[in-house]
Design a protein around this ligand. Sequence first.
Ligand SMILES: C[S@@+](CC[C@H](N)C(=O)[O-])C[C@H]1O[C@@H](n2cnc3c(N)ncnc32)[C@H](O)[C@@H]1O
Length: 349
Amino acid sequence: MAGDDKESPKDKSPVGGRGSPQPGAYPEHIPAIEASTSDDDGNYWSDSASDLTSLASSITNYVYENGRRYHSFRQGKYFLPNDEEEKDRLDLVHHIFTLILNGRYHLAPLRNPQNILDLGTGTGIWALDVADLYPSASVIGNDLSPIQPVFVAPNTQFVIEDFEEEWVYSENKFDFIHARTLSGSVKDWPQLLARAYKHLKPGGYVELHEAPIWCWSDDDSLEPDSPLVKYLSIIEQESSKQGRSLNICHKLKEWMEEAGFEDVQQKIYKVPWGPWPKDPHLKEIGRYQYVNAIESVDSYGLALLTRGAGYSEDEAKIFTAVVKNQLRNKSLHVYNLVYVIWGRKPQTG
Ligand SMILES: C[S@@+](CC[C@H](N)C(=O)[O-])C[C@H]1O[C@@H](n2cnc3c(N)ncnc32)[C@H](O)[C@@H]1O
């Protein structure tokens, strides 16, 4: 029969080994894979290519507004930017929180945690530091934006996902779930805490580090009709309209207890916006918080002012410039509050 004397692909040994510079390294006895000559694999190539393209682009085709870059996965859900400027600000905030907590990354009394989840990890800086602190733990940080470093310690993993959707993790998995500065990002805190409860191991801890997006002065240097107060009121109103209030910290402890957590503890810190306090520790914190406060005005404000409050880009930028000028006034002695709240899932939960 024609072709009988043809060498079957099975009998062929790959010359030089596939992809190997060392011929002897290729296992000679493995039969070759014969390629199909028919079309029965359909649109396999084109389908997979388009899936990959759309997955990648849904995450990385960022949206640009007011000269800032915003996330594209679940577009519009989160109103702060995700550009380099914002990444620097988030890393600065990490430094400020670490100073507030005197070098600690959490206050819950963890013992040899093995699985840690950081919700809305941002640049991943907390997750990376915690992975360093607990080298035997596996730390996952999730976020809508892929703004985390690519080369990270082997016990850290970053994933792009929406923490407001059903979690893919198994129940009773985590020893510790942490979330920081998610005020304005969460529509339903009780639901988020219920999910944290479900996915924590009995005896595991949840810990929230949150700040109301508001400020106060103890010496009346903050005028109630000043641009800063007007700005804070408008952004609270706009975020609330979207069901994501920026000022929920005072309710978190109660929500945590209602979710079933026990031994819920809360600490509240005053964080000065400037180096005006006498106390050297607060003075140092204030120096950094001053920079953060000024940067935050655009980060928190631009999208809320232009998307919902009817400001044009120019009007919004003029308004935020006026607010930033007020913050630069040395006689303004304002501070904000930071809440650290943690609770344990009961052993019998
Ligand atoms: C203010 S940043 C805080 C980042 C980080 N937790 C920190 O403290 O450095 C809030 C982060 O939450 C993320 N985020 C907001 N809504 C989210 C959601 N539904 N699912 C996942 N991440 C979300 C944002 O993309 C952003 O990176």
